[in-house]
Design a protein. Sequence first.
Length: 57
Amino acid sequence: MGEITILTKATSKSKSLRTTVPIGIVKQFNLSEGDKLKWEIRAENGKLIIVVTPLKG
């Protein structure tokens, strides 16, 4: 089963959106504030596939 999060505006003037990383993912990958996430996005069989790789530091 997957996690569900809600997108919100990054800032009042921005067109970017942000979401919260669920605590289960934070714990599983030992993520901390300031860590970077590398996003790879592709379409396969009518689905959006997103691979997120934590980059520590």
